[in-house]
Design a protein around this ligand. Structure first.
Ligand SMILES: NC(=O)C1=CN([C@@H]2O[C@H](COP(=O)(O)OP(=O)(O)OC[C@H]3O[C@@H](n4cnc5c(N)ncnc54)[C@H](O)[C@@H]3O)[C@@H](O)[C@H]2O)[C@@H](O)CC1
Length: 490
């Protein structure tokens, strides 16, 4: 972003002070959507760099928008001011806005504000907060008011390790500029901000898009361009055959959910490879799905008829399950490996290097750590996932609120769809079934993983508008509706 900022200033007819003004306007426009009661008092805490400069510009724009009770607090601990901060300080002085300059944290007393805007430090943070900065932030957090952070909560690193003892601003909402910061996608960011919203500030988009980066956001436009229409004269054979090897006596539901998702995400044929004990349940719940009883089997024949093979949901850890997984790994056909199959792999780590290339692994955090070692921080976990995806030549779908799709070329795609209404058992089984459906339809492993993660989350997002909780079966059934919204041409 810093490079984009410099490029925009150098190549577009815009001075850096005007870019700051644009950023401040974008912040205020977003802020006013939520805080339209202009009788509220607002305390704006400003550092003396460009983040603080934004804060000052926000103050005079809020004044112009009817907020009368605005006070800026200048955190003057660094003593050095950026040029644009200095210009905006002069503007604030001319506007007559109330201003307090703080040279020490202890001078911060008797703050009576309904709302707080944090513009002390932004993306320029270069080390964790300490000393006076840590003290002043502690005092601001203690006020227990709704805090809106400008671009980044003070003390929160935009990338890299987020320390466990996070001592920065605890914002209600962060309104950030042009692109979300990578670290907002890690669960540890919950300590720094409850929500974040991205606003456009007019940086050069062509420049940003052409930058080489390790992290990419999955956008709806990517999904639209990937989805293939279902054409006239096609038949079930056109859309491939997915095999779901899943379920055990007490976990048959996982096999049903996965198979149901494979069906709804468009595989031409779906076969569930389950224990005999699940046949009645399968035939009753999903008459479209075929059954392949696997009792006593340590190897499956005729695998060439399946275009996608998923293994793991509710699969169990029995000797029989282990033998079956081993034979499939030795078969060198790409697999979708989930849940218990990942746990079996973790117990047999010498198999990991033999996973067929172009396979897709779908671990959640704990499964990932069981496979590849314990990680204290999400940043480190993602770095490991990147390395492993490259080394093994597989796709690793690291599941969380925001799912990271790590590709064999070292890129990491971030899926932004999905929501807490989906926090319920069975969701992972459904995701596995959707991936299998796209693999069956001859999408590459990469595209199948991206499409499945996006549509799975999108289905949950649609359901969350209507339901407090979205169940895994509902998500599976919602998938064809989501595909239709994005791909209407027949
Ligand atoms: N392209 C962009 O992203 C734009 C950025 N703007 C603003 O500019 C901000 C970045 O501004 P700056 O680079 O001036 O940096 P900041 O304003 O974030 O920080 C100011 C200075 O504080 C010092 N500092 C860093 N860590 C510290 C610590 N732990 N304790 C004490 N001091 C510390 C550093 O010397 C740093 O340069 C962004 O967050 C955003 O708010 C906007 O004005 C417009 C455009």
């Amino acid at each position: 972003m810093r490079k984009a900022d410099e490029f925009t200033i150098a190549n577009k007819p815009i001075a850096s002070i005007d870019l700051m003004e644009k950023a401040a306007r974008a912040f205020v426009q977003c802020f006013l959507k939520y805080e339209f009661d202009t009788s509220k008092s607002v305390a704006i805490f400003c550092g003396t760099g460009n983040n603080g400069g934004d804060g000052l510009a926000i103050a005079h724009i809020l004044l112009a928008n009817g907020y009368e009770n605005i006070k800026v607090y200048i955190i003057n601990f660094n003593k050095k001011q950026s040029d644009d901060f200095a210009i905006n300080l002069q503007r604030i002085d001319e506007s007559g806005c109330k201003k307090v300059i703080l040279s020490r944290a202890s001078e911060l007393k008797n703050i009576k504000a309904d709302l707080i805007i944090d513009a002390i430090l932004g993306s320029g943070l270069n080390k964790p907060l300490e000393g006076e900065f840590a003290e002043v932030v502690k005092a601001i957090n203690k006020l227990n008011k709704r805090i809106y952070a400008v671009d980044v909560p003070t003390g929160f690193p935009t990338e890299g390790i987020i320390i466990k003892e996070y001592n920065g601003i605890r914002a209600y909402k962060t309104i950030c500029f042009q692109r979300p910061k990578i670290n907002f996608f890690f669960p540890e960011s919950a300590a720094a901000t409850e929500k974040f919203e991205v606003v456009e500030i007019g940086l050069d988009e062509n420049f940003i898009q052409n930058q080489s980066a390790d992290f990419y956001l999955v956008e709806e436009s990517d999904i639209k361009s990937m989805l293939k229409p279902r054409k006239l004269f096609t038949h079930k054979g056109t859309y491939g055959h997915g095999l779901i090897i899943a379920g055990d006596t007490n976990t048959m539901g996982a096999a049903l959910l996965s198979s149901m998702a494979c069906l709804h995400a468009g595989a031409g044929l779906t076969t569930a490879c389950i224990p005999q004990s699940g046949l009645t349940a399968l035939n009753t719940a999903l008459p479209e799905v075929m059954a392949l009883p696997r009792d006593g089997m340590s190897k499956l024949d005729n695998l060439e008829k399946y275009q996608a093979i998923a293994i793991g949901p509710g699969f169990g850890l029995s000797a029989e399950s282990k033998n079956l997984l081993k034979s499939l790994i030795e078969g060198q056909k790409p697999l979708i490996i989930d849940a218990d199959a990942l746990n079996i792999l973790a117990e047999n780590s010498d198999w990991i290097d033999k996973i067929p290339v172009n396979s897709i692994l779908t671990p959640h955090m704990k499964e990932f750590d069981r496979l590849f070692g314990k990680h204290e921080h999400w940043w480190e976990r993602i770095q490991s996932a990147k390395i492993q995806a490259q080394k093994l030549n597989v796709v690793i779908v690291l599941k969380n609120q925001f799912t990271f799709i790590c590709l064999p070329d070292g890129k990491v795609l971030i899926n932004q769809t999905g929501n807490p209404a989906m926090a319920q058992g069975g969701m992972g089984d459904v995701l596995t079934g959707i991936i299998a459906a796209f693999m069956a339809q001859k999408y590459s492993s990469k595209d199948a993983a991206i499409l499945a993660c996006y549509l799975h989350g999108k289905a949950g997002d649609s359901l969350a508008k209507e339901f407090f909780v979205a169940t895994a079966s509902q998500v599976a059934q919602q998938i064809p509706k989501e595909i239709l919204k994005l791909n209407k041409i027949y």
